[in-house]
Design a binder for this molecule. Structure first.
Ligand SMILES: Cc1cc2nc3c(=O)[nH]c(=O)nc-3n(C[C@H](O)[C@H](O)[C@H](O)COP(=O)(O)OP(=O)(O)OC[C@H]3O[C@@H](n4cnc5c(N)ncnc54)[C@H](O)[C@@H]3O)c2cc1C
Length: 433
């Protein structure tokens, strides 16, 4: 997500092409493949500032690349929160089954893992990257690496070309697939170029990121994983009505919290935190309704035993030990002797464990939340509502999905639609001349 310097391109660039694609990530490569294969076979030039094509694919899924998700359309759209509805047309035209079939037909068989996550059978993300690059080349699209687009040329409200590596290239349409801009997007990032043309941006916030807790209060639990409810809201938010809340797998780390439920909620939590003082809460026993009655029952049944060994049998012992320590329960105390105040404190810790000093870190963020406002883009074509012939695809848009292959699916779906529509735009402009 950083803006790396680009050295001059190795070959001379053409002075004219039908479609330019900014960025050779999954969204850009898919747009190029679809555009080049469209009726009339327009000429397609992909410009990529880095020395390699594939964008984030080589690092996705820890190098294994979680390509998409086997869930229903509704489940995939729900993974994008409120913005999911906007994605419906693009997903409908090129959905998860189409993505799976596409890769399998190109020699990359897929397998399904827990929660519907689809990975290449080889567990090697490079296979996904190579299939995308190979297909783009077969389609006739030209990929130029180490070539940064510095400016988009617009005349009378329509794209006329780009300036890349100091050279002007005329074009009939541009697909802007520059990915997320990170915390501080530069003027030549995808979002920076979109902003220069007057598009409204939703400010960046980390997404699919872990949460750092100040003072590392859960370091003793590092490596412990369990199903829990994670909630967040303004300081003092009522536990029964949290503004942000989800049950899922939580992982304690040496610095704080991670695991799927944390990654999924990191973006809404970062947004709440940006609005003012905020806290997060953990319910480590989401299935237990009346924890106070439960602790009284356990204290009576396990009277002579230490609470360390008898409390909350379904919880890992390290959690119980840390809670007894935080609640100040003396080591020699038997379960039956637990005082009312101690029981209350233990119930609070297990059902509503609060943390005020925390940070959703950019360092571990897999996705840039925010981006080009969806209100600026036609969801049926991916075309800008401000500039004719300008199409958007992928993470540059204000779309951030849960972990599980949702974000790459969005890149493929929006990329395919943007590429098709960019080619159609070029064809209709030629007819109208
Ligand atoms: C560590 C990590 C793991 C991830 N794992 C998964 C996963 O398993 N499953 C999943 O679904 N998602 C995953 N994601 C998210 C997913 O990889 C991205 O959402 C997806 O790659 C976005 O695709 P994109 O093509 O829009 O952008 P990118 O992949 O970021 O590609 C954009 C490209 O545009 C280029 N570019 C930008 N500006 C310019 C310019 N001015 N001129 C020329 N080129 C430019 C960039 O260099 C880049 O190559 C992961 C992300 C990370 C960081």
């Amino acid at each position: 997500m950083t803006d790396e310097p680009s050295t001059p391109p190795p070959t001379a660039l053409p002075t004219r092409t039908d479609v330019v694609v900014l960025g050779a990530g999954p969204a850009g490569l898919f747009a190029a493949i679809e555009a080049a294969g469209s009726p009339g076979h327009p000429s397609v030039l992909v410009l990529e500032r880095r020395p390699f094509a594939g964008g984030q694919v080589p690092v996705a899924g820890g190098g294994r690349c979680n390509v998409t998700n086997a869930g229903s359309h509704e489940a995939i759209l729900a993974g994008f929160g409120r913005n999911g509805r906007w994605l419906r047309t693009a997903l409908g035209r090129f959905d998860n089954n189409a993505v799976i079939a596409w890769f399998e037909q190109r020699g990359v068989p897929m397998k399904e893992e827990e929660h519907g996550k689809m990975f290449p059978l080889s567990d090697n993300g490079a296979d996904v990257q190579n299939a995308l690059i190979r297909e783009a080349q077969l389609s006739g699209a030209k990929i130029e690496l180490r070539t940064r687009i510095e400016e988009i040329v617009v005349v009378d409200g329509a794209v006329r070309g780009v300036v890349a590596a100091g050279q002007r290239i005329e074009c009939g349409a541009l697909v802007l697939a520059g990915g997320g801009g990170g915390p501080k997007p530069t003027p030549t990032s995808g979002v920076g170029l979109a902003r220069a043309l007057g598009h409204e941006l939703i400010p960046p916030a980390p997404a699919l990121a872990p949460i750092k807790l100040a003072g590392a209060p859960v370091a003793a639990l590092s490596g412990v994983a369990l199903m829990a409810r994670l909630s967040a809201g303004p300081v003092g938010f009522p536990a029964r009505k949290p503004p942000v809340s989800k049950i899922g797998e939580l992982l304690f780390t040496h610095f704080g919290l991670s695991g799927p439920v944390v990654l999924d909620l990191s973006h809404p939590i970062a947004r709440v935190a940006a609005e003012g003082p905020c806290e997060i809460a953990l319910d480590l026993l989401p299935a237990v309704q009346d924890a106070r009655a439960e602790i009284d029952r356990m204290a009576q049944a396990e009277g002579p035993r230490s609470p360390r060994n008898s409390l909350w049998p379904s919880l890992p012992r390290r959690i119980v030990e840390l809670h007894l320590q935080i609640a100040g329960v003396p080591a020699e105390r038997r379960s039956a002797e637990l005082r009312a105040t101690e029981r209350d404190a233990l119930v609070r810790l297990v059902k509503d464990w609060r943390f005020r000093e925390f940070e959703v870190t950019w360092a571990g963020a897999m996705v840039t939340g925010g981006g080009v406002s969806l209100a600026e883009v036609d969801p049926k074509t991916m075309e800008s509502k401000r500039i004719r012939g300008l199409f958007f695809a992928g993470e540059v848009l204000d779309l951030q999905g849960d972990c599980g292959g949702y974000n790459l699916q969005a890149s493929f779906s929006t990329g395919a639609l943007a590429g098709t529509m960019a080619a159609a735009h070029v064809a209709s402009s030629a007819q109208n001349k």
